[in-house]
Write a protein that binds this ligand. Structure first.
Ligand code: NAP
Length: 298
């Protein structure tokens, strides 16, 4: 049973999501549920803003005692605005969480911790020694790479529509375990423990699959970072083939919990966050949120 809603007062901390667009974000739902469950005097709102507006909003919120998250397309700009950068921000060049301490604006990238947790859940173990195929080379892929490399993955192949972007991501990381693929040809003889979809494909039910699974020799598990109001086509395809798979809902909850802990310096009520998300999204999506319920093939 959650606590009754607290009134907004002059002491209420304002935590805001900054990005464009923000209207469809589920973070206000999960974070306000968490604030309420923990009995905290805070409110989470979403502010659509331009890159020119970002520095003033970000610094102003943080220095006024609040904080926030940053989403597309401003995560890289945010990394340049904050004054104290976490190792995850330095590693990825992106910041998704900010707050202030002693007048200094701090930032972290909790997508890294969020992905780590979701990957461990679908793999059933940390990624040490695994072979992973990452589709996509945008901001999310950078967080994926950082988490996989830190987690001891043995071999990471990146395949992206725009080859030069994959090459840029790989050279930024500069680790011999990361390999860029120019195309999907030859994957039919390869074995991967985990396939990660870090492209945008799957956001719309009409999207093509990011990669036909028949093109890969063997895949042990699939983590689709995309989440929404429907089961993604990739998760559906994995289910048909008996491959354990999950969508991005657990990563969303886990990165949000990590942000909560940076703002409030206390453990996040992760069950309350999952519950709020389950109530907000369709049953097919919610089914992959709870621990140990990665969808198994029929
Ligand atoms: P991004 O920086 O804009 O990158 C988008 C990626 O998708 C790029 O690799 C892009 O390839 C690829 N792409 C876009 N349209 C494509 C198409 N038609 N065909 C093939 N590839 C296409 O976005 P991002 O921040 O990395 O986010 C990627 C996905 O991860 C989004 O769906 C986002 O919602 C999800 N995400 C989920 C979480 C979570 O907590 N679950 C967290 C972060 C992100 P090009 O380089 O060729 O353009």
């Amino acid at each position: 049973m959650s606590s009754p809603a607290r009134p907004i007062t002059a002491a209420t901390r304002v935590i805001a999501l900054l990005g464009d667009p923000v209207a469809h974000s589920l973070s206000p739902i999960t974070q306000n549920a968490a604030f309420q469950d923990a009995g905290l005097d805070g409110v989470y709102v979403a502010c659509r803003c331009t890159q020119a507006e970002l520095p003033g909003l970000l610094r102003g919120l943080a220095l006024a005692g609040g904080g926030g998250n940053v989403t597309l397309p401003h995560k890289e700009a945010a990394a340049a605005i904050i004054e104290a950068r976490s190792p995850a921000v330095r590693r990825t060049g992106a910041c998704n969480t900010f707050w202030a301490e002693d007048g200094v604006v701090h930032g972290d990238n909790t997508d890294v911790a969020g992905f780590r947790r979701a990957a461990e859940q679908v793999l059933g173990a940390p990624p040490a020694g695994t072979r992973v195929l990452v589709l996509g080379a945008g901001g999310a892929a950078r967080a994926v790479l950082a988490a996989l490399l830190d987690g001891g993955a043995e071999h990471i192949a990146i395949l992206n529509r725009t080859l030069s972007r994959a090459q840029a991501v790989a050279s930024r990381v500069g680790d011999r375990r990361v390999h860029v693929l120019a195309s999907a040809s030859g994957l039919d003889t390869e074995r991967f423990d985990l396939l990660v979809n870090a492209t945008r494909l799957g956001l719309s039910p009409d999207d093509a699959l990011p990669l036909g699974l028949e093109r890969v020799g063997r895949v042990g598990a699939i983590l689709d970072l995309v989440y929404g109001m429907h089961e993604t086509a990739l998760v559906g395809e994995a289910r048909k083939r008996g491959i354990p798979a999950a969508n991005g809902a657990e990563m969303l909850v886990a990165q949000g919990a990590a942000s909560f802990e940076l703002w409030w310096r206390q453990r996040a009520p992760i069950s309350a966050m999952r519950r709020a998300l389950e109530q907000a999204v369709a049953p097919a999506v919610a089914a992959s949120v709870a621990p140990g319920t990665a969808t198994q093939g029929a």
